[in-house]
Design a protein around this ligand. Structure first.
Ligand code: PBG
Length: 330
């Protein structure tokens, strides 16, 4: 028995004939509540530097950050993820775990001024090291276990300063478990970890590295970030992070890895996030500025496709624009 009748009885266009029908049978929805907005914090006062390769995205000093955060919250976006650009960088990224560092200061201020906003922090050393690598480098090798010790200190100092969730983005082995254990030991039993679980070594991060001033001075990140050719390995990464205590797993980038998002969601059924990264944003902005595409429509199509693939949450530089548009549409 075939479950559906065939043409001419079945006319799939019937339910596409007006906006009300189309909305009723829409399989996927996008809401401001699904979005997480990335923000870049710099030292100083009154600073609002636009990132040239990311129109509409700014490096902000803490005072400006508060204004931005209030706007984000007002649009119904529940969470932001913070990236810090420190006053000074060194070989071991000391500013990443300085109690009075840029992120720690931003957290303390935001917690007071915008208490309802969920504050997530990116836990990595690349913005803080003089060489731009995600951990300690010795004889040209990016060390794993020694770097994890520093990431643990960074995550703890974020939690102490008021982070609601921490997001390790380095891709070193064992970091989720190490961070979980030390958060628990310090009494942060209920601080979730959103892990960059399947993070690929991607050229789509180019504009971010301008925004975060974190381009590696030599070499690349291929000894820890994943090979774009691999999908089965992404499942192992996700499985391991879940075993180590990750609460939300992330796939990054999003658009070139929709198959990975879909498999992660269907296989593990856990809260899944996708990072619609800087290069994905920059391409749409550039083409739209040239009048080559309708930027707004391409943005919405991109975001719904990431949701359709299976992502519950999307980290995206489009969050404010998309949330405004969703609000206008009602
Ligand atoms: C590492 C980190 C990166 C991004 C998020 N966290 C850069 C990298 O791995 O080189 C990229 C995000 C983007 O491109 O939007 N701290």
């Amino acid at each position: 028995m075939t479950p559906y009748s065939e043409f001419p009885a079945a006319r799939l266009r019937r339910l596409r004939m007006n906006p009300a029908f189309r909305a009723m049978v829409s399989e996927t929805r996008l809401a401001a509540a699904d979005l997480i907005y990335p923000l870049f914090v710099v030292p100083g006062k009154g600073i609002r530097n636009e990132v040239s390769s990311m129109p509409g995205v700014f490096q902000l000093s803490v005072d400006e950050l508060v204004i931005e955060a209030e706007e984000v919250r007002g649009l119904g976006i529940p969470a932001v993820i913070l990236f810090g650009i420190p006053e000074k960088k060194d070989e071991v990224g000391s500013e990443a775990y300085n109690e009075n560092g840029i992120i720690q200061t931003a957290l303390q201020t935001l917690k007071k001024q915008v208490p309802e906003l969920v504050l997530i922090t990116d836990v990595c050393l690349c913005e803080y090291t003089s060489h731009g690598h995600c951990g300690i480098v010795r004889d040209g090798e990016i060390l794993n276990d020694e770097s994890v010790d520093l990431l643990v200190r960074e995550a703890l100092s974020h939690a102490r300063a008021g982070a609601d969730m921490v997001a390790p983005s380095d891709m070193f082995d064992g970091r989720v478990g190490a961070i979980r254990r030390s958060l628990d030991d310090a009494g942060f039993l209920h601080t979730p970890i959103i892990s960059y679980a399947a993070k690929y070594s991607s050229a789509f991060y180019g504009p971010f590295r301008e925004a975060a001033e974190s381009t590696p001075a030599f070499g690349d990140r291929r000894s820890h970030q994943m090979n774009p050719a691999n999908r089965a390995e992404a499942m192992r990464e996700v499985e391991q992070d879940l075993q180590e205590g990750a609460d939300i797993v992330m796939v990054k980038p999003a658009l070139p890895y929709l198959d990975v998002i879909a498999e992660v969601k269907s296989r593990f059924g856990v809260p899944t996030a996708a990072y619609n990264v800087s290069g994905e944003y920059a391409m749409i902005k550039a083409a739209s500025r040239n009048g080559w595409i309708d930027g707004e429509k391409v943005m919405m199509e991109t975001l719904i496709s990431i949701r359709r693939a299976g992502a519950d949450l999307i980290l995206t530089y489009f969050a404010k624009e998309a949330a405004s548009l969703l609000r206008e549409r009602g």
